[in-house]
Design a binder for this molecule. Structure first.
Ligand SMILES: Nc1ncnc2c1ncn2[C@@H]1O[C@H](COP(=O)(O)OP(=O)(O)O)[C@@H](O)[C@H]1O
Ligand SMILES: [Mg+2]
Length: 235
């Protein structure tokens, strides 16, 4: 399903890094970049390494604050601007609206795999039994064996940790998903599962911005391929 309900509205954002180790030299990465994403769309960002793809995703998550422009996201029925939002508003947006998959799982010591995946569902207000049931469903779909569920994922392989990360974010069914190379350390069968999860999310109306290099996955998920260099003024 692609409909016209705007979920993401990035207007004219600029992000320049000041390089303190280089005597304060400035590195402009995004210049007046704009991007609109509707419900059910999967926009895949395209561009050479270092072109600013991850910087845009981090700006969409509120990790980086652009010096100029607006990053508006549909949250609880209203457009909230992450550039001017208070920290507690950004946390509320992340709790209910925004899921972010990176290549790396932030491993919490001593917390079991099942609880890591169930946690976002519980903070959204689901009861523990329901959260754990859905967490288990996702872990099973992503091929994480049941005998691993009670263990913390600290010692898991890179691919297993990435699948736990994917399970955690997709279980919560956020209306907006940011995916930074979500299939980078996965084998073909698991990448196929992630493709299906992305398609399911799109059919629920989830708006997705993805960074994916691998051609098969990219072709399967993308509704619009956007060169990051063409989002704003030429650098
Ligand atoms: N926190 C930061 N501080 C300084 N420079 C950064 C920071 N984050 C990203 N950059 C720089 O911005 C440029 C774009 O990085 P990035 O968005 O990660 O590119 P991509 O994801 O397209 O490979 C790179 O030159 C990178 O070194
Ligand atoms: Mg990157």
């Amino acid at each position: 399903m692609t409909n016209s309900l705007p979920m993401i509205d990035v207007r004219d954002i600029s992000k320049t890094f000041r390089l303190h180790l280089r005597g304060g030299a400035e590195l402009p990465v995004l210049r007046a970049a704009s991007l609109q994403v509707a419900a059910g769309e999967c926009v895949t960002l395209h561009g050479a390494s270092g072109s600013g793809k991850s910087t845009l995703l981090r700006s969409l998550y509120g990790t980086y604050r652009p010096q100029q422009g607006h990053v508006r996201l549909r949250h609880r029925g209203e457009m909230v601007d992450l550039v001017t939002a208070l920290p507690r508003q950004i946390l509320d947006v992340r709790r209910y609206t925004l899921g972010y998959v990176t290549q790396f799982l932030r491993v919490v010591p001593r917390v079991s795999t099942l609880d890591i995946v169930a946690e976002p569902l519980m903070t959204q207000g689901n009861d523990e039994a329901e959260a754990r049931r859905r967490a288990g469903e996702l872990l099973e779909r992503l091929g994480i064996a049941g005998k691993l569920w009670d263990l913390p994922p600290a010692t898991f392989s890179g691919g297993e940790q990435q699948r736990v990360n994917i399970a955690r974010v997709f279980a919560a069914e956020y209306p907006i998903l940011l995916l930074d190379e979500p299939t980078a350390s996965l084998d073909e069968a698991n990448a196929q599962t992630v493709i299906e999860l992305i398609k399911d999310a799109r059919s629920r109306g989830t708006a997705i911005v993805a960074i994916v290099h691998e051609p098969v996955t990219r072709a399967a998920i993308t509704t619009r391929l956007v060169p990051v260099a063409e989002l704003g003024e030429a650098a």
